[in-house]
Design a protein around this ligand. Structure first.
Ligand code: GLP
Length: 241
């Protein structure tokens, strides 16, 4: 089952999502949380950081794992997923470095990077909550269309769509051919899964999800493999469906 919400606008979508995060983190303060990069969760993560500063949620015991990253990127590059999470959330909250697992996208041994992420998740007993955006092509993290639903962390050859859309994150023209991402098996096994989408570029992806069954050509439709997932979109997107 998918709990499906259409919010009036991006602001209220972010507010509802942040409240779901706060409630869940308050229930599992020592859990493992995974938040996507990208434009869609920005406001949600800012609201989460503000809630922490206001004492409404305690993030000091929580662990975090990065969802995905561009392979070979400098972590200080403004377009890196790590830099995004740092700016949007981690720089504003009380947490310590050992509670956060980041990818090293410049490792000479990317298989080891996958192994390290898998081991971190396993050690923590799986993800407590995953908050994801959805790619224009339906991807989750960097799990591109065609990815089996049962894979763990892996290195991906990025699709043309992902590379093209990804240009929006960079200040200078950047070319990344590969990504590293938590796998659909790990994402779909999260105790709570929230997918958010806003704006008309996501029409096709959300329409495919709403067809009601999991299909490999749309990783986000894997939500249907779960007993319960949450999909929150805004009205500007809903009107295009
Ligand atoms: C990007 C990222 C995803 C993100 C998605 C949507 O390529 N790899 O983690 O959730 O695509 O991004 P946005 O919210 O900017 O539309």
């Amino acid at each position: 089952m998918i709990n499906y919400y259409v919010e009036k606008e991006y602001e209220s979508l972010s507010k509802r999502t942040a409240q779901l995060l706060i409630d869940e983190i308050n229930k599992k303060p020592a859990g493992l949380f995974c938040f996507a990069g990208g434009d869609t969760p920005v406001k949600t993560l800012e609201l989460l950081a503000a809630a922490e500063q206001a004492g409404k949620v305690d993030l000091s015991q929580a662990s975090f794992i990065q969802l995905d990253e561009w392979v070979n990127i400098d972590p200080n590059n403004h377009g890196s997923c790590r830099n995004y999470l740092q700016r949007t959330l981690f720089d504003s909250i009380r947490t310590s470095e050992e509670n956060i697992h980041f990818f090293n996208p410049n490792s000479i041994d990317l298989a080891e990077e996958c192994w390290l992420a898998n081991a971190f998740i396993e050690k923590k007993g799986g993800l407590s909550l995953a908050l994801l955006g959805i790619g224009v092509n339906g991807h989750l993290g960097f799990n591109e269309p065609g990815t089996p639903f049962d894979v763990n962390t892996h290195v991906v050859t990025l699709s043309e769509s992902t590379k093209k859309v990804g240009e929006k994150y960079f200040e200078k023209t950047s070319f990344f051919e590969r990504g590293i991402t938590l796998g659909l098996a790990q994402i779909l096994a999260a105790e709570m899964l929230i997918v958010i989408a806003s704006g008309s570029t996501k029409t096709n992806a959300v329409q495919t999800v709403l067809k009601g069954s999991p299909r490999e050509d749309c990783p986000a439709s894997g939500m249907w493999l779960r007993e319960e997932s949450t999909l929150i979109i805004d009205r500007s997107l809903a009107e295009t469906l």
